[in-house]
Design a protein around this ligand. Sequence first.
Ligand SMILES: [Zn+2]
Length: 262
Amino acid sequence: MPELPESDAARRRIADHCLHRTIAGFDLGEVTHVQLPSEAERERLVGTQFSQTRRHGKYIFAGTSDGPWLHIHLGMSGSLRVYDEGETPPDYARLIVIFEGTRRLAFRDPRKFGRVKLIEDVDAFIAAKGLGPDAMKMGDNAFAQAIGSTKTAVKSALLDQSKMAGVGNLWSDEALYRCGIMPDTRGTDLDGKAVAHLHRAVQDIMGHVMAKNADYSQLPADWLIHHRKDGADCPRCGGTITKKKVGGRTAYHCPDHQTHAG
Ligand SMILES: [Zn+2]
């Protein structure tokens, strides 16, 4: 499921390949229940160009110079593909932006949990969604307040998009694994040093994934992501990777070295 680094890689595809190109029209893919812009909304974009992109947490935005923004949320399995006419369009394409010339931008979404919307104002949208600060821009004090002061499981706090936007199941597990913190430890049971360590881990891990363009094969071999399997060997301590439900989500962890509980 795409989180902040995966969403940023998708945003970058628009920034690198689709800006300053005039939108000629749209194709709707297979019959879909995905939320897409209406015909009138699509009409508003025809003749305009995307001139900028933004991302907040897992939310992606492509903006026209002085008009509306196209907002994309990848949901469970969505992605963006850039291709040129003549190449095979990706499967599960729900919406294709046709630029003048050959360039195409496809929103593909096999599981149909994503959405594409036309919005007027990004900041107002973020406020209306009740999203917390972007995880990569969050300061030490804000993180300590949002995560360290929670009485619920620290993993649940990391996933709470109203506290901090962008972290999901995968990278919360990775950060807790690196810090040796059991996922169901309460935030209030972590001392200041442990909270600061966790903050650095969250930003360092997601920064690293972004730098690798969310290509997991380029991530270090001792990261949990390569060992997320019940019964796998822990590359850090030789213990056994185990899964458990925390706040309704499956947390992979190593009970042998994730012993920090305050
Ligand atoms: Zn271990």
